[in-house]
Design a protein around this ligand. Structure first.
Ligand code: AQP
Length: 332
């Protein structure tokens, strides 16, 4: 059976982008047709300025939301990255495989590093090396497929390069994974700035639909989405990014096609109204299930404990093999 791994960072409240670009696919497809592991990758939340109590809170919330979104612990493994030491162990070996030039070319490092410098903050070394830890997350499980949004494609490419390089130098240890992306909405854009990705850490959040936003907030944010000059509804990301974004969100909700949907609408107002209602209905069951699960933290803890135990059991022998292959003396 194929192995799938993917993760989500507890750097903010989960967004519609996270759901349409990744989590929905995990729940509806991946857990049914592969041996799937999904992780709240909390070590990645430490690469930027962070508040320890908030990271802890967001980690629990993210895990609860993954279950609310339909991840079924009977079908897949849900765990917190820092509960499994093998991620950090393997990351060091991959740092000894990657080059600093490769790291500096990563788009997210360039963007987030520039943002931190502009805010007068220092850039943590872990922001530079974060893609190597992500490679370790993936390679520790002999992963075949990594279902992610578009923005992670470059990191999965790097993971492939590191796996191939390690295998060529030290003998075959790692499976070479590939990224998979959803058919539509692989990159949901910010509703207020449709040339930027809808992200968890966007300031203010007016352009971001959070999974736990109530129905009226969702409606308000979508009705106020920036649209483009012109009146006709066409799907063109270059010249009409705002309208294209709404068409893609609506298509994802209805399992439709943005080009075909564009032909149905004669005004931006009608498109916004239908998109708002479709998103409200899409997220309603998730919000309701989240409220039930949040009232039962012991259940969530038990899922995470069992998930970490299984993940550890899978990763440890593989990471031990990598340690031996690279030239480290086995402990007695
Ligand atoms: N806007 C998006 N559209 C489609 N997919 C998205 N993903 C994230 N944003 C979008 C996908 O969700 C999964 C988990 O994402 P993450 O936690 O690794 O990253 P993030 O949400 O982008 O979080 P950041 O980096 O903490 O937030 P920002 O960008 O605000 O700084 C991934 O599969 C991702 O592709």
């Amino acid at each position: 059976m194929k192995r799938t791994f993917s993760g989500i960072k507890p750097t903010g409240h989960l967004t519609l982008g996270n759901y349409l670009g990744a989590v929905r696919q995990w729940a509806e497809v991946d857990q049914h047709r592969s041996d799937a592991l999904f992780s709240v990758v909390d070590l990645h939340a430490l690469t930027v300025e962070h508040d320890p109590a908030r990271v802890r809170r967001l980690s629990r919330q993210a895990a609860t939301l993954l279950l609310a979104a339909g991840l079924d612990p009977e079908r897949c493994t849900v765990f917190v990255q820092s509960h499994v030491d093998e991620h950090a162990r393997l990351s060091y070996l991959l740092e000894c495989t990657a080059t600093d030039g490769e790291m500096r070319r990563m788009i997210q490092y360039k963007e987030k590093g520039a943002r931190a410098r502009a805010a007068g903050e220092s850039v943590r070394l872990s922001l530079l090396t974060y893609p190597v830890l992500m490679a370790a997350d993936i390679l520790a499980y002999a992963t075949d497929e990594v279902p992610v949004g578009d923005d992670q494609a470059q990191h999965v490419e790097l993971t492939r390069d590191l796996a191939v390089r390690f295998n060529q130098r030290y003998g075959h240890v790692f499976t070479v994974p590939k990224a998979t992306h959803p058919r539509v909405a692989a990159r949901v854009m910010d509703l207020q700035d449709p040339t930027s990705k809808m992200g968890k850490s966007a300031e203010g959040g007016a352009g971001v639909v959070y999974l736990l936003d109530d129905a009226d907030t969702i409606r308000r944010k979508i009705m106020r989405a920036v649209t483009d000059s012109g009146q006709d509804v066409v799907h063109d990301r270059e010249t009409r990014p705002g309208v294209a974004n709404l068409l893609e969100i609506l298509s994802a909700c209805e399992n439709g096609n943005p080009e075909a949907l564009a032909g149905v609408y004669e005004s931006y107002g009608a498109l916004k109204k239908d998109t708002a209602e479709a998103v409200v209905e899409l997220l309603r069951p998730l919000r309701e299930r989240h409220a039930e699960l949040a009232a039962d933290p012991a259940y969530v803890d038990e899922v995470l404990r069992a998930g970490a135990a299984r993940a550890r059991g899978l990763a440890r022998p593989l990471v031990d093999r990598a340690y031996r292959a690279i030239g480290l003396l086995p402990a007695g």
